[in-house]
Ligand binder design. Structure first.
Ligand code: UDP
Length: 320
């Protein structure tokens, strides 16, 4: 298929673009490089450096079989301090993209949504029909886009799928996580192993979990990318589907730090710090729907494998 990948110079977008190319698709990446990196765009993809809001119409006029939409602002803390950046950058830009899709009759859309659309869960694992009550602006903007996609599917026959990611981690060969402002647990812990930080702070050890630290569902980025390929194949005109993507197993912050110690052989000093505002104690996905309807099966569910791949990538970047 001829596919447009928005945000394909970012972490998940670049891995997905690489997997699409490996599977024989024709890929154009559009990215404004506000947070992405030009050298993260996989060889073989055509690269357009541009603001999506301004260029979506022009790009889709070329006739695409589908769009995979990753381009977004995605820092929870920043979204609370600078909501305009998120309502404009995520919602307004996505509405422009939807209008371009309608105008040019692009038949398929796969959207990078998030577990943050659910907010504090009533129970875990979280299914797709759980209440959506986002606790931050980032999650609210992604939920707003999900609603807009549903309207376009119903009114204009678009075949769309929103994938709600839990904690994405790991790397796909040369494609991995390279945030200028790093807030995610695994890359931060690996920075300690690389000597780039002295210690990791564990945000709270008095949560209602087995060891008192927060529990999250870590999914390997290659497995996540493969879900996008399946989602693309399974879209049906006029339907908007939603799938949660996680491994279905939770690991605590303490378990992550211990796994990083085992994988890297570094002692990784860790200190307990105050709880981080807005963190739920436990977030684990029910991915049963993706497993049954998309025949999706995570192949790298082991936390040791996820950390190993993230470590190989981080070490390679640090050496390079
Ligand atoms: N966390 C931590 N120390 C850090 C970064 C994160 O203890 O330096 C915790 C955080 O409170 C959460 C978990 O690690 O419980 C995963 O956080 P991350 O930011 O990676 O992802 P989130 O679950 O917020 O999407």
């Amino acid at each position: 298929m001829k596919l447009l990948v928005t945000g394909g110079a970012g972490y998940v977008g670049s891995v997905c673009a690489a997997r699409l190319l490996e599977n024989g698709h024709d890929v154009t990446v559009v990215d404004d490089l506000s947070t992405g990196h030009a050298d993260a765009v996989p060889a073989g993809a055509e690269f357009v450096q541009a603001d999506l809001a301004d260029t979506a119409g022009q790009l889709l006029a070329d006739g695409y079989d589908g769009v995979l939409h990753f381009a977004a602002k995605s820092l929870v803390g920043e979204s609370m301090q600078d909501p305009d950046k998120y309502w404009q950058g995520n919602v307004v830009t996505s509405l422009r993209l939807l209008e371009a899709i309608r105008e040019h009759g692009t038949p398929r859309l796969v959207f990078s949504s998030t577990a943050a659309t659910y907010g504090e869960p009533e129970s875990v694992p979280i299914p797709e029909d759980a209440p959506t009550r986002p606790t931050n602006t980032y999650g609210a903007t992604k939920l707003a886009i999900d609603h807009a996609i549903s309207s376009y599917a119903t009114a204009h026959g678009l075949g769309a799928t929103s994938l709600r990611y839990f904690n994405v981690a790991g790397a796909h060969g040369a494609f991995g996580e390279r945030h200028t402002t790093e807030t995610h647990l695994i890359p931060i812990v690996l920075q300690v192993a690389l000597g780039l930080r002295e210690q990791v702070q564990m945000f709270g050890d008095d949560w209602p979990t087995a060891d008192g630290t927060c529990v999250r569902d870590y999914i390997h980025v290659t497995d996540l990318a493969d879900a996008h390929l399946l989602a693309l194949e399974h879209t049906r005109p006029g339907e908007h589907r939603v799938y949660n993507l996680g491994n279905g197993t939770g690991f605590s912050v303490q378990q992550v730090v211990e796994t990083c110690r085992e994988v890297t052989g570094h002692p990784i000093p860790a200190a307990v710090a105050p709880r981080r505002a807005g963190d739920p104690a436990t977030l684990v996905a029910s991915s049963d729907r993706a497993r049954s309807e998309l025949s999706w099966q995570p192949k790298h569910a082991d936390l040791g494998v996820i950390v190993r791949d993230a470590w190989e990538f981080a070490r390679g970047r640090n050496a390079g």
